[in-house]
Design a binder for this molecule. Structure first.
Ligand code: NAD
Length: 515
């Protein structure tokens, strides 16, 4: 292991303190393939300590006014923004994404997550209705998940059942368990931490073991921002070890998870005995539907971006492009030309659009899809196996791959049905609107879709019929954080956004008063 002395050593952050761990995992720089960092390999003991800290911090944090909590969140945002460049460099090195993307998307959005929930949490109202004929009024109240009174409903109801099954149900005070993936490390972690904190919860977060550095750096800002010890605890390590310890802990009544569908299945199994509240944001196999009246000058660069941004490692990336037959040849020619202009190279190079993939294993998995497509008789127009990748000597062992365009592939092929999560996209022709809707819907996922057409009626009609939590028409990835985000079918359960996240991170109660 070259350069062991210079390795960056991360520590868990529990109860406002950085704590070493008894064992560590290697973390790689994807652009060189070298180990550069060591991540705590935490387990049950660390989760116990974090739960204790979160439990003790809960009464004080949850009873602060929304305004006070909002001030703290805004402080975190300000401090993060002041260190934007340092965070962007760290994110790019840790994840392999281009520095330009980390600077313009990942870190600014992480700052925005704190500001957004600092503001939106001030504007929630509750419902009230009246039944004058019975002399009653009814109203709702919300409280952070795990707060005594709300949790007692969860705790008391099933007590007999729980005893019978020897299951620990009681969580008089609880904390939110937050688990995030490696593709947008700080962006997705803060999209969970900020609303959970704003709603008055204490949290235990577990970032991906592959990309833990910016979460650790964030911990250094928390005390200065006025976040009390124990409100945010970050515990590092692998999914099967520390992730499962978090999910299985009886005092963690809520899990917000973003990641893959198989992991979601496991989390659901582990949560079931405790009836935990779950939010699952999972993968996609997102279609782009391009009608013959689409404005190709706008559609082509946007579809190249939607296919290959962040190395194609965004859950919202397009990976099935359906093009109406009359414009198929023209689209394909121009799309391949535009794709070839996306330079692959070292993430800090400002001329580079595609950095390194997250890991050797992932690179091999993505490449294997191209091999399978070839074996099925598909054609590769550019990228893997067709064009030559040129890299500096120091980056030869990095996890780089050229953006790859596949055609002549059947809808049933694994390349058209499974999430590849890399710089690979398939282009196929279609005839009619009805046909393309059916084909687009014919996968197990339902996260995001794009529709390109200048016919307003068609755009609305198709968007309504697509089985997809998000539909962008004549654009991609324009986000309105107030509105629900999430997928249907195997792409997830639940939604996140201003009101949706607030609803998820709180319990609601209906109170009836007879006067
Ligand atoms: P993953 O499921 O392998 O891991 C996600 C997180 O879960 C990591 O922190 C991991 O350590 C943890 N984990 C793994 N096994 C676990 C277990 N048994 N118990 C508890 N935690 C466990 O996913 P990934 O490879 O990190 O991320 C890629 C996936 O995430 C893709 O499918 C992508 O589409 C999806 N994703 C979805 C969204 C969305 O918003 N819908 C956003 C980004 C990524």
């Amino acid at each position: 292991m070259a350069g062991t002395n210079a390795l960056l050593m991360l520590e868990n952050f529990i109860d406002g303190k950085f704590l070493p761990c008894s064992s560590y995992i290697d973390s790689y720089d994807p652009s060189t393939g070298e180990v550069y960092c060591r991540v705590p390999n935490s387990g049950k003991d660390e989760i116990e300590a974090a739960v204790k800290a979160a439990r003790e911090a809960f009464p004080s944090w949850s009873s602060r006014s929304p305004q006070e909590r909002s001030r703290v969140l805004n402080q975190v945002a300000d401090l993060l923004e002041q260190s934007l460049e340092e965070f962007a460099q760290a994110e790019s090195k840790d994840q392999g994404k281009t520095l330009a993307l980390a600077r313009t998307m990942d870190i600014p959005r992480s700052v925005q997550n704190f500001r957004f929930f600092a503001s939106s949490s001030l504007h929630h109202t509750s419902e009230c209705t009246q039944m004058d004929h019975l002399g009653c009024m009814h109203y709702t109240v919300r409280a952070p998940v795990g707060v005594g009174e709300c949790c007692s409903v969860r705790a008391h109801l099933p007590v007999m059942l729980a005893d019978a099954h020897n299951i620990l149900w009681h969580c008089p005070q609880g904390t939110a368990g937050l688990i995030s993936p490696w593709n947008l490390p700080l962006y997705l972690l803060t999209w969970k931490i900020a609303p959970a904190m704003a709603a008055g919860n204490t949290v235990i977060a577990k970032p991906s073991e592959l990309t833990s550095v910016t979460a650790w750096m964030l911990c250094k800002l928390l005390d200065k921002a006025g976040v009390p010890p124990g409100v945010v605890n970050i515990v590092f390590g692998t999914g099967p070890r520390v992730g499962e310890a978090l999910v299985s802990h009886p005092e963690v009544p809520l899990i917000s998870f973003t990641g893959s569908q198989p992991t979601a299945e496991r989390i659901t199994q582990l949560s079931a005995p405790h009836c935990k509240k779950l939010s699952l944001e999972l993968g996609g196999k997102n279609p782009a539907i391009i009608f013959e009246d689409a404005n190709l000058d706008e559609c082509i660069p946007a579809t190249v971006r939607s296919s290959f941004a962040n190395q194609g490692e965004i859950c919202l990336c397009t990976s099935r492009i359906f093009v109406q037959k009359s414009i198929y040849s023209e689209f394909l020619k121009r799309f391949v030309e535009a794709t070839r202009k996306w330079k692959v190279g070292i993430p800090s190079d400002p001329l580079v659009s595609i950095g390194a993939l997250i890991s050797k294993a992932h690179l091999e998995k993505v490449r294997s899809y191209v091999k399978r497509a070839l074996a099925e008789g598909a054609q590769i127009w550019c990228g893997e196996g067709v064009d030559k990748l040129s890299l500096p000597a120091r980056n030869q062992a990095g996890y780089f791959m050229l953006p790859t365009v596949i055609t002549d592939i059947k809808d049933e092929s694994c390349c058209m049905t499974e999430e590849i999560f890399g710089p690979v996209t398939c282009v196929v022709p279609f005839d009619s609107e009805e046909e393309v809707i059916e084909r687009a819907n014919n996968v197990k996922y339902g996260l995001a879709a794009t529709v390109w057409s200048s016919n307003v009626g068609r755009v609305h009609r198709v968007a309504k019929k697509l089985q997809s939590g998000l539909v962008w028409t004549n654009c991609w990835l324009i986000r309105e954080l107030n509105l629900p985000f999430g997928g249907m079918k195997s792409s997830g359960i639940g939604r996140e956004g201003a009101k949706d996240s607030y609803d998820f991170f709180t319990e609601i109660k209906t109170i009836t008063v007879k006067h």
